[in-house]
Design a binder for this molecule. Structure first.
Ligand code: X2X
Length: 340
């Protein structure tokens, strides 16, 4: 008979069951965690990334017998991405998921995942980033003193939203004010399209759109939905102009403070839940168009050839090839085909 059914039965048998139960709890207290770490995310709790991440940390807590307790800080509770990256590097935050395009400020080549029209879909992109291109980027991240897990977490193919007009072709981006994440490649991509980009951290994006500091932004469907951007954006133009995904990063000192068995439990669960999250997020991205249309968004398919042409004629590919270097570029083109 296990303790639980024993106590349950006694509760019916004797009036002192509550007292007995509390004695049992005093004698078997929950073990205090040896390590209490913080995980930060710019996404809402109900985005599939954080749904899987919560399951991941629950599994880690169970499998380590409560030794490692990771507290989640979703929704940019600890600050905007660039500020949290600083906290991660100083050790105030131990774990963080960050898009390679924003990590660019510290690890330049990390932005290569966001080269315009390099990947036709997420499966295509994951082949490169789970493979040799990803290994190259992860080596550079490690060289900057950060821990990085080998499986990235899905954000998705990005679409342009607007409050003023549908974006049908690159011509519609002329002088269009658009928020991009805080990364140099992102800003340059939209300049090359002919737009007027402003880098703004995600936690300030809703307000920037609401107060019309910018007319548009670009994100995958699951974020347009989970962050309620449809409340402050009228048009959604399907462009699939770039792919976006998160590296799982750790402060290296905090990571190495964990014993090998705990690190193995964390890595195994991160792999398991990252793969689960990829499927769940892809399903959301593929199925939300109707729901966003019902919420009032006007959705159109953009003519993307004009966008690609701008990247050729502006020298965008040539410039970023020179920045990232031949080795990284070759690894990219091994998946994407010739770009520059
Ligand atoms: O900042 C964004 O737009 C977001 C949420 O997609 C990223 O983290 C790149």
């Amino acid at each position: 008979m296990n303790t639980r059914s024993h106590l349950t039965r006694r509760r019916f048998v004797t009036g002192s069951a509550a007292a007995l139960a509390s004695i049992a709890f005093v004698r078997a207290p929950a073990r205090a965690a040896t390590w209490t770490y913080r995980y930060a995310s710019n996404l809402t709790v109900d985005h599939p990334l954080n749904v899987s991440m919560r399951q991941c940390w629950n599994a880690v807590r169970d499998e380590t017998g409560g030794r490692l307790d990771v507290k989640m800080f979703p929704n940019s509770q600890l600050g905007g991405d660039t500020a949290v990256l600083t906290q991660l590097r100083s050790g105030a935050v131990q774990f963080f998921t960050l898009d390679g395009g924003i990590l660019q400020g510290v690890v330049p080549v990390a932005a290569i995942q966001g080269i315009g029209f390099a990947f036709k879909d997420s499966a295509d992109a994951f082949r490169a980033l789970d493979g040799a291109l990803g290994d190259y980027v992860r080596k550079e991240i490690g060289a900057k003193g950060l821990y990085v897990h080998p499986k990235m977490w899905e954000n998705g193919m990005r679409q342009i939203t607007s409050n003023t007009k549908p974006i049908r072709s690159a011509d519609d981006l002329a002088n269009f004010t658009i928020r991009t994440p805080a990364g140099a490649l992102w800003v340059d991509l939209f300049k090359s399209f002919g737009a007027s980009p402003t880098p703004i951290n995600f936690n300030e994006t809703y307000t920037a759109l609401q107060t019309k500091i910018v007319d548009g932004e670009e994100n995958p469907y699951a974020i347009i939905d989970s962050a309620h951007l449809y409340e402050v954006q009228r048009y959604l133009s399907v462009t699939n102009h770039m792919w976006s995904a998160y590296h799982f990063l750790g402060n290296n000192t905090a990571w190495l403070a964990l014993p090998a068995d705990v690190r193995a439990i964390v890595e195994r669960n991160l792999t398991r839940y990252a793969l689960q999250q990829r499927v769940a997020t892809a399903e959301r991205n593929a199925s939300l168009a109707d729901q966003l249309a019902r919420r009032g968004m006007k959705i159109n398919q953009a003519e993307t050839e004009s966008f690609r042409t701008r990247l050729q004629t502006s020298g965008f590919y040539r410039k970023w090839k020179a920045t990232f270097g031949q080795t990284a570029w070759d690894l990219l083109e091994a998946n994407s085909g010739k770009l520059a």
